[in-house]
Design a protein around this ligand. Structure first.
Ligand SMILES: Nc1ncnc2c1ncn2[C@@H]1O[C@H](COP(=O)(O)OP(=O)(O)OP(=O)(O)O)[C@@H](O)[C@H]1O
Ligand SMILES: O=c1ccn([C@@H]2O[C@H](COP(=O)(O)O)[C@@H](O)[C@H]2O)c(=O)[nH]1
Length: 299
């Protein structure tokens, strides 16, 4: 555009100069004479054109000049680059998983605490009184381990014996399946998920693909108390991990891997702590007071 304006104003100035010679004089042009009106008009047009381009570029509009000087090949390369950028943006948006449930429809309470703290015992009471479905991640894994034809049977058994955390894909799939079934059967859409998440990756993935949790109950208990409870339970539980060797390993995993999950949820103000070194009924009264506050009719 600037070039066109300059060209046309040059033409105008030339025409004007020729006209001047014809009309007023046959003498050669006087170099010191004052500029003609046309020349001043040409200069003003150039000034305006330059101003127009500055304003356009400040508004983020492409300067027409750039287009004039771009070759068709460069234009095509630029178009392809922009297309690839749009495609990559769309793909990255589509890859973000959509959770299976919305937190408005499904309520999840994570129940955490050391091995033998009494999580399962308290969950059974809550199930009866508050209409929650109790899903123990450990129970689901043990059932899968025993299921005929399961390709994870041996793997789960080895992980449990060593107190290690089974790869999250297995546990999350089992939990989601159990939730879908409970909802389909019309049991409830409120879930107590016991002994999960025990590792940060599980927590993040579950909230991303299944549903964000509402609350985390954390059962605090001294290690010595948990040890005695587990050894007692091991007298007839039949569990491969209720023995002193496995229990020691489970305590280490709890401290090193599972406590950071509790800490992370504390930062989100989602954790309610309950002291478990008391008789079952006393612990339950504390849990009840929390549930009455959070899950009363109005909430
Ligand atoms: N407050 C309590 N006082 C005494 N014994 C308890 C108490 N709570 C639970 N127990 C007993 O302690 C043992 C462990 O309890 P429970 O199975 O509920 O723990 P847990 O936290 O679910 O354990 P895990 O994580 O190993 O499954 C059980 O035998 C249970 O009866
Ligand atoms: O998310 C989970 C939960 C449990 N495990 C394995 O199961 C055992 C027993 O769990 P309990 O909750 O004590 O019944 C646990 O030590 C882990 O090995 C898991 O891998 N992931």
């Amino acid at each position: 555009m600037l070039r066109n304006i300059v060209k046309s104003s040059n033409r105008l100035a030339l025409a004007n100069r020729n006209a001047t010679y014809r009309l007023y004089s046959t003498a050669p042009p006087n170099k010191s004479s004052r500029p003609s009106v046309a020349a001043m008009l040409a200069v003003a047009s150039m000034g305006f054109a330059a101003y127009y381009q500055i304003v356009q570029s400040r508004e983020g509009k492409t300067m027409p000049r750039r287009k004039e000087f771009t070759t068709p090949q460069e234009e095509e390369a630029l178009r392809q680059k922009r297309l690839a950028e749009v495609k990559a943006k769309r793909e990255s948006q589509q890859m973000k998983p959509i959770p299976a449930f919305s937190p408005e429809e499904v309520t999840v309470v994570f129940v955490l605490g050391g091995p033998g703290a009494g999580k399962g015992t308290q969950c059974q009471n809550l199930t009866k009184e508050y209409g929650f479905v109790h899903l123990s991640a450990g129970d689901l894994l043990r059932a899968e381990q025993k299921r005929e034809g399961s390709k994870y049977g041996e793997l789960i058994n080895n992980y449990i014996k060593d107190g290690l955390i089974v790869p999250m894909e297995v546990t999350i799939a089992l939990l989601e399946q159990a939730m879908q079934e409970a909802i389909k059967e019309g049991k409830s859409s409120r879930f107590l998920i016991d002994g999960f998440p025990r590792k940060m990756d599980q927590a993040i993935k579950f909230e991303e693909v299944v549903v964000p949790s509402k609350l985390v109950l954390f059962f605090e208990c001294p290690e010595e108390v948990m040890l005695q409870r587990l050894l007692k339970r091991g007298e007839n539980s039949g569990r491969v991990d209720d023995n002193i060797e496995s229990i020691r390993k489970r305590f280490v995993v709890f401290t090193e891997t599972s406590m950071p999950v509790v800490d992370a949820y504390e930062k989100q103000n989602k954790v309610k702590k309950i002291s478990c070194d008391q008789p079952v009924e006393q612990v339950y009264q504390h849990v009840k007071s929390i549930f009455d506050e959070i899950f009363s009719e109005s909430n």
